[in-house]
Write a protein that binds this ligand. Structure first.
Ligand code: NAD
Length: 498
């Protein structure tokens, strides 16, 4: 298919399941289908039905994609920034034209509500438009040193990148990597999650339509242990930008430990705190406090790495907060109407396991319950009701592990120092939400929280130029604006005679 429209009618006309192709050297096609070829089934979260298959790209397929990316790097890295900017602009325009198609398929593939999918497609569009202008306006520093030498920083593209993304915001997170990678003159072999590969396939068609030179972006489909691992370990790959779980991040770091020159950016898991101070529950701000705490907990079924899944409330306001919060969540997040299904049967079972543990630990379910086991070959989908847990023991794994679903704990704290201690009592350090009306406290507490992103009286507000990334086991490196430039370029300092 050479157009999105044709692709859409092609997909819908196919008998289920269709098999998604890779996008390599500007062409859509299946990898070598010999006796060793294997496929992965991908299911629709809202129904549990088989949606499509994808080939599990093997080492030789991955290597072929990397070689095409290396060839393309020879010319792409020398293209002018205006040329590169023009391609990024064209891609963002095409995404805009096909916004609804991407949103519909993202919602079907991931389980999210269509409204949420539209927001993410808009953010994917911004990824391309932002970096298309960033590279035009970026500045580098030049300095005269004691009248003896003029020094300046020269940046060159770092090479071929492995771009690996997770299933929770498939298109948005994939484009958050592809856009800066190609804007800064690198080429890519991207691998989306095997659970949600549809939008990556559609993006391949769109890149063809944008006439992006062959090999600049290649998309290989497959799982982590076979496809992802081969991609990361290849000595022909100069850098890895990875978003996913902390354990996978550790595996990638281990696999590349001997390749010192390889650039690594790891955006990993989180167990983010939301701190509710009693002052934010005053009549004038109460509604906003409840809304932000609820949105941060349950948006996209709680399947956003930045979700606030540990809520701590100042003791004086605890009872009132819990009553209003529970009522708000029960009314606002209704399965199938305003809240989608979780992404896969495997993920459903993981969440269910934690809820069974909560029941075993005699934790109070203010809302929600333990869902039934997933049906083998079932067609009911993967639905988990919004769940609010209280009376959780301080040492429970429910407060430590990333559940990554519509499950939140609510616990009291005594004073500011206690709030900071509880917020930081985690191996993770990705994000935090602070709800207070005290201006001095916003800074005082905000600067003590061990998290890469702190939102005060808001959540998920993003400026693509600010550093994005986590502390502690939530990752290394930052992305966004000049921070992405750090990931995708190498710096040298030149000293010229004055
Ligand atoms: P995951 O780590 O299981 O998989 C992520 C990607 O890595 C997938 O494409 C997978 O196929 C691939 N992969 C798996 N093993 C690999 C290996 N050994 N080598 C190379 N690639 C491999 O994560 P997931 O379950 O898809 O996503 C959920 C996780 O992602 C959560 O922990 C969430 O917090 C995190 N996340 C983080 C951010 C962030 O910006 N920090 C954003 C979104 C999601």
């Amino acid at each position: 298919c050479d157009t999105i429209e044709k692709a859409n009618s092609f997909i819908t006309s196919l008998p289920t399941p269709m098999c998604l192709p890779n996008y390599v050297a500007g062409k859509l096609g299946l990898p070598t289908l010999d006796a060793t070829a294997t496929f992965i089934d991908s299911y629709e979260p809202k129904t549990g039905k088989l949606l499509y298959r994808l080939p599990r790209a093997q080492e030789k397929d991955v290597e072929s994609a990397i070689r095409h990316a290396r060839d393309a790097f020879q010319t792409w890295s020398k293209a002018t920034r205006n040329e590169r900017s023009g391609y990024l602009r064209r891609i963002s325009e095409l995404l805009q034209e096909n916004r609804e198609l991407f949103a519909v398929w993202e919602s079907i593939d991931q389980g999210k509500m269509i409204e949420r999918a539209r927001i993410e497609v808009d953010r994917a569009i911004s990824n391309f438009s932002y970096f298309s202008t960033y590279i035009i306006h970026e500045q580098t520093a030049a300095r005269m040193v004691d009248g003896v030498a003029l020094t300046y920083e020269h940046r060159s593209p770092a090479g071929v990148f492995a771009l690996i993304s997770p299933w929770n915001m498939p298109l948005y997170l994939l484009t958050w990597k592809i856009a800066p990678c190609i804007a800064f003159g690198c080429t890519a072999v991207a691998k989306p999650s095997e659970i949600t590969s549809m939008s990556a396939y559609l993006l391949g068609i769109l890149l063809q339509k944008a006439e992006l030179p062959a090999g600049v972006v290649n998309i290989v489909l497959g799982d982590g242990p076979t496809t992802g691992a081969a991609l990361v370990a290849s000595p022909l790959v100069d850098g890895v930008s990875f978003t996913g779980g902390t354990q996978t991040g550790i595996a990638i770091r281990r696999a590349t430990a001997h390749q010192i020159r390889k650039h690594l950016s790891l955006e990993l898991g989180g167990k983010n705190p939301t701190l509710v101070f009693a002052d934010s529950m005053a009549p004038t701000t109460r509604e906003r406090t409840i809304r932000i705490a609820a949105t941060a907990a349950f948006e996209n079924q709680g399947e956003i790495c930045l979700c606030g899944s540990r809520i701590y409330v100042e003791r004086a306001a605890y009872k009132e907060f819990l009553a209003l919060f529970t009522e708000y969540v029960a009314n606002k997040y209704v399965l199938r109407e305003t809240m989608g299904a979780v992404a896969s049967a495997q993920h459903y079972s993981k969440i269910r396991g934690y809820l069974q543990l909560a029941a075993d630990e005699k934790v109070t379910f203010n809302l929600g319950s333990v869902p039934p086991p997933v049906e083998e070959g079932g067609t009911q989908g993967y639905w988990v009701s919004p769940t609010i847990l209280t009376d959780v023991a301080p040492d429970s794994v429910l407060l430590k592990d990333e559940i990554f679903g519509p499950v939140v704990t609510v616990c009291p704290f005594d004073d500011e120092a206690d709030a900071v201690r509880l917020a930081n009592d985690s191996e993770y350090g990705l994000a935090a939400v602070l709800l207070t009306t005290d201006g001095a406290r916003m800074r005082r507490v905000g600067e003590q929280i061990e998290a890469g992103l702190v939102w005060v009286n808001c959540w998920l507000v993003r400026d693509l130029g600010t550093p994005f990334g986590g502390m502690k086991n939530s990752g290394t490196g930052r992305e966004g604006g000049e921070y992405s430039r750090e990931v995708f370029t190498v710096a040298r300092t030149l000293h010229l005679p004055a």
